[in-house]
Ligand binder design. Sequence first.
Ligand code: UFG
Length: 337
Amino acid sequence: MSVLVTGGAGFIGSHTAVVLHESGRKVVILDDLSNSSTAAVDAIRSLTRPDLPFVEADAADSDVVGRVIVEHEVDEVVHFAAYKSVSESVEKPLEYYSNNVGSTIGVTRAMIENGVSRLVFSSSCTVYGEPDEVPVTESSPTGAVNPYGATKLVCEQLLVDVAAVSALDVMALRYFNPVGAHPSGNIGEDPIGVPTNLVPYLMQVAVGRLDRLSVFGEDYDTPDGSAVRDYIHVMDLAHGHVAALDSMVPHGRFTAVNLGTGEGHSVLEVLAVANEVIGISLPTQVAGRRAGDVERIWADPTLAAQLLGWHANRSLHEMLADHWHWQQKHPTGYRAS
Ligand code: UFG
């Protein structure tokens, strides 16, 4: 039996594919390479097995997904395949709804038609919008503040509805802010174009691809005035997926679980640790608040500990050290410079 990883050539997908392989599972990757490359697949193979199956296809195509399920005797699915840029989602809402909801429909339909019931879905803490209270629990109010977040909420609701009338069991993992890389430095985050996320941006400043980091807002109601997030090592996240699959019970229907550390760190704190890890003081400038940003959010990870027996254990220092290791080994990502 095998586990199908849609979007398995992407940032979180690639790390999860490696950890799933290490858990003893046969891994099959399906990815349309719209935001990744065959070089990422090669790197995954170098860390797993040279013949790890890879299918280049759109997860929205339920016929193709169905054929992969049959051919590889798939009995569990981790569904990552989605667009993920908040700013791009504001400019291209139709593309975001079409791709993110479409791929979830395609995967779900193929699973039901072929009798596969265990699904782990890649969700996001963005479903909580601007929280009234922190930390957020899974029962905190949800509400999207951008089209990307809305697509995650729509997909969660779709899965609630489908699980209610089928044999599908779903665990939706609500990730906080993933950073870091595999300790080998062979796989990591490789944004196309200018990064919008904090850590990929500052790493590109560190290797000289960008001039300086803008700190978006130093007037928030937080201890140092910059915004606070729950940064989590991508390897901890990857292990969270294995724990989720291992702990799923038949007829569990739909369960949403936060994957975060439970600790908030400000932009200036992240910058200070990055400077320490990299060994230089990165050039920065203070900029205004970024539209759509929330002031502070971090997870209550209690449910993940209870249900999955999982908790994050890698520090912010380790996240930035591993991210820096990957960036140094691959200054231009998977592409040759
Ligand atoms: N930031 C800067 N300068 C930058 C980039 C970011 O100061 O150049 C700040 C942001 O303003 C924010 C913090 O760094 O306060 C983190 O920003 P990111 O863009 O790294 O992350 P977000 O919290 O905005 O969102 C990320 C992903 C979303 C995802 C969300 C929660 O972009 O896809 O985490 O999972 F939904």
